[in-house]
Design a binder for this molecule. Structure first.
Ligand SMILES: *Cc1c(COP(=O)(O)O)cnc(C)c1O
Length: 371
């Protein structure tokens, strides 16, 4: 059995340091917004090349906090993609704003910036590009349009920590970058955790207040906020892991390029394409395959943990049905939804395991052809 992701291998590499740091937290008596959170915020701000990093409880809250800090809510429109995890639009919905979907680029699965202007209305307040699968969106074009129309940009960096566009890290282009440290992300905690990055001192302060019951000074509450803080234990764990992230991302890239080689002669398979000027960190290695659902089933039955991210585009999800999204609205998104499949991807996967994945995939392709 080869899982989509194996977190135990990584744990073993750094087990001693992790356990030592966690025990220190347990013995410290300080569990919320303590010294580890403070230190992690400055360490990761430096890593990201952002002036400020403010941690919170998870990536979904990070998006919500970003929207709240920018005063986006009822009556406002936010442009984003339907080819993403539901958290992106959930956050827009929670603050009372309306999402407006733009289709994706067929090669990279990312927001198609050439369609962006056609979606802008007088109500548009912000754009949320999603750096899906670890691949940065074309931030130069997006920022250019945002500046011309005076729109905010919130980057959804949940899957892309450490990736760069033109050498600059994601999360530093727009007004706010939103990150998740869910255990399966490239930099994962041992529970839920998240963060925003920004170069604006004002926005950083707004999020510091909003994440802690709308309070900048203890027991003085200025507005309705959230309870959305990072645990000391999670910060202590992330501080151990942060120094390894570049090495792990580099290994993910090597894994991706090995898959590309192994899949060269796999009939009908389209391997992932990198956009220009990007350093992709391959949160997922996502191919396109014919007869996707049958191939996927075959892989699952034969011990390969392939996954579909995501089987239903967001405009067709029940939760968003009140907005009247329908089949045909986003042709590229809809088409890709029927073709994509992600293969096991983690820094520690071996060449032997990858060969087994690809051999099984080729058998799957043969078996659907025979039928
Ligand atoms: C994981 C993820 C989120 C949400 O992060 P959580 O920490 O799980 O709340 C948001 N957007 C994308 C694209 C994600 O993959």
């Amino acid at each position: 059995m080869i899982p989509i992701l194996d977190l135990k291998g990584q744990y073993k590499q750094i087990q001693e340091k992790l356990e030592k740091n966690v025990i220190e937290v347990l013995r410290s008596g300080s569990y919320i917004l303590g010294p580890n959170v403070k230190a992690f915020e400055s360490e990761i701000a430096e890593y990201c090349g952002a002036k400020h990093a403010v941690t919170c409880a998870n990536g979904t809250d990070a998006l919500q906090l970003a929207l709240r800090a920018l005063e986006i809510g009822k009556g406002d429109e936010v442009i984003t993609v339907a080819f993403t995890f539901v958290a992106t639009t959930e956050a827009i919905g929670v603050v009372g704003a309306k999402h407006v979907f733009v289709d994706i680029d067929p090669d990279t699965f990312l927001l198609d910036a050439s369609l962006l202007e056609s979606k802008i209305t007088p109500k548009t307040k912000a754009i949320i590009p999603v750096h899906l699968y670890g691949q940065p969106a074309q931030m130069d074009v997006i920022m250019d349009i945002a500046k011309r129309y005076n729109l905010y940009v919130i980057e959804d960096c949940a899957q892309a920590i450490g990736s760069t566009f033109k050498g600059q890290k994601v999360g530093t282009f727009g007004d706010i970058g939103c990150f998740s440290f869910f255990p399966t992300k490239n930099l994962g905690a041992f529970g839920d955790a998240g963060m925003i990055t920004t170069n604006s001192e004002y926005l950083a302060k707004r999020v510091v207040s909003l994440r802690n019951h709308g309070s900048a000074v203890r027991y003085y509450h200025d507005e309705i906020g959230l309870n959305s803080r990072m645990d000391e234990i999670q910060a202590a764990i992330l501080r151990v892991k942060l120094p390894y992230i570049d090495e792990w991302n580099k290994k993910r890239r090597e894994v991706a390029y090995r898959y590309n080689e192994l899949l060269k002669d796999a009939e009908g398979v389209v391997t992932p394409k990198e956009g220009p000027n990007t350093y992709c960190v391959y949160h997922q290695y996502t191919i396109q395959v014919p007869h996707r659902d049958e191939v996927h089933k075959f892989l699952q039955e034969n011990g390969i943990g392939a996954m579909i991210y995501y089987p239903v585009p967001l405009h067709l999800q029940k939760v968003h049905s009140y907005l009247g999204g329908k089949l045909g609205d986003l042709p590229v998104t809809e088409d890709k939804t029927t073709k994509v499949m992600s293969l096991p991807m983690f820094p520690e996967i071996t060449l032997e395991q990858q060969k087994q994945v690809v051999d099984t995939l080729k058998r799957a392709l043969d078996s659907v052809k025979v039928k």
